[in-house]
Write a protein that binds this ligand. Structure first.
Ligand code: EZ4
Ligand code: CO
Length: 405
């Protein structure tokens, strides 16, 4: 007997930072959870779901995940884009969660089963200066991480992406009705960062996987030079070396450096990824299940990437909720060309709302063996933390012009 979708509800909750969560319930009372969080644009996705997709879901066969995906993607006529694809992703994750719970199996088993024992994860190290960064790297290694992303303050700049402000933990979005504004000086960054990363390598030894995120801030030729400068550091990857709306840009970077390149956290469909993958302009594709149409669409991206020896390196900052993190881990465990999962981690308050089965030990994450995705949402705890506007910062160059943050 087909199980029908009885209801779908959107929860917006802010246990220290904002999340958009979808709860889908079937006729027989099975509940599936999805993540629709889009940092700084949360309510747009909540409305897309509430006002346009939820009414279409009620009464549909909960088992027909791919059919629902095609219906919502093609049926919109207006395809792609972060809002649309995050909304479809939330439904897709919730339906995979339901399928797993109905079958009594963890989702990775439904995806073909594990092809590895654990999911290699990297986390973030951050320091206003070098001594602080080295301490932060040591602390993450002491927690068991075998791969660490290193981000450093830059002399003369008050705020730098990936570097915590004062004593607070780093969180990309800041509270308030409008974005904070930061000053960005690319020359100062390019003068400072190669020496910092060389010192981190020297300190950490040859085995630790070191990563660095340039956050789309360099021109292609600046990115090429940074990649070249960093070759002796043997980075695991240089991330978002340049913006890639124009995909030719990455080809130029590629021609000049053997530093491995990763990109794509802001992409949301296979069409965004296609040229970079087929031209082998990068080594790791960064799309995340919750921003790229869910498990159903992301696995097609990973399959295309496999043909070109490009690996999966999914985005996993604090704005990807534990639901999407769990989904990413199920897919990673079952994907042959998986490379590494970002795992920034969440504040303890987040974990009181989202109780997850996934675990971390000795450098590896595992999604756990609970049926479905393995995440439960405490709705009472969620309701205690209503939406509180927060925005990613805006950056300006020293002359006051808006630039990429
Ligand atoms: O800036 O998720 O690799 N991780 C990142 C993140 C992004 C935020 C944006 O919401 O680049 O920190
Ligand atoms: Co990034």
């Amino acid at each position: 007997m087909a199980s029908r979708i009885r209801s779908a509800e959107v929860l917006v909750t802010s246990p220290s930072r904002n999340f958009v969560t979808l709860k889908v319930t079937t006729d027989d009372g099975v509940v599936g959870w999805g993540d629709a969080t889009l940092n700084g644009r949360e309510l747009a996705v909540a409305s897309y779901l509430r006002d346009h997709l939820v009414p279409l879901l009620v009464g549909r066969d909960a088992e027909r995940i791919e059919d629902t995906w095609q219906y919502l993607y093609r049926g919109a006529y207006w395809r792609r884009g972060p809002v649309t694809m995050a909304a479809i992703a939330a439904i897709d994750l919730a339906l995979w969660d339901i399928k797993g719970k109905t079958a009594g199996k963890p989702v990775y088993q439904l995806l073909g089963g594990a092809v590895r024992d654990g999911v290699l994860a990297y986390t973030h190290a951050t320091g206003a200066d070098l001594p602080e960064l080295l301490d932060s790297v040591d602390a993450q290694v002491a927690r068991g991480f075998r791969a660490v992303r290193a981000q450093s303050g830059v002399p003369g700049l008050e705020a730098v992406y990936g570097v915590h402000p004062g004593v607070a933990a780093y969180e990309p979005a800041g509270r308030g009705a409008a974005p904070a504004e930061e000053v960005w000086d690319v020359e100062a960054y390019l003068r400072h960062v190669p020496g910092v990363l060389a010192a981190v390598r020297e300190h950490a030894g040859p085995e630790l996987h070191l990563l660095h995120d340039a956050h789309h801030r360099l021109t292609p030729i600046q990115a090429a030079r940074l990649g070249k400068d960093l070759e002796p550091v043997r980075l695991f990857w240089l991330e978002d070396a340049t913006a890639a709306e124009n995909q030719e840009a990455l080809r130029l970077v590629r021609q000049h450096t053997t530093t491995p390149l990763a990109l794509g956290e802001v992409f949301n469909s296979v069409w965004d990824c296609k040229d970079l993958i087929t031209s082998q302009s990068l080594d790791y594709m960064r799309v995340c299940v919750s921003h790229a149409g869910g498990i159903s669409h992301t696995r097609r991206i990973w399959d295309l990437a496999a043909l070109y020896q490009v690996k999966a390196g999914p985005h996993g900052p604090s704005d990807v909720s534990p639901i999407a993190m769990a989904a990413s881990l199920h897919l990673a465990l079952a994907t042959p060309n998986f490379g590494i999962q970002e795992h920034m981690g969440h504040a303890p308050l987040v974990e009181t709302v989202f109780r997850h089965d996934y675990t971390f030990a000795d450098g590896y994450l595992h999604p756990g063996d609970a049926p479905g995705l393995g995440v439960d949402v405490d709705e009472v705890a969620a309701a205690a933390h209503p939406y509180d506007p927060a925005y990613l910062p805006v950056a300006r160059t020293r002359d006051g012009a808006v630039t990429d943050w």
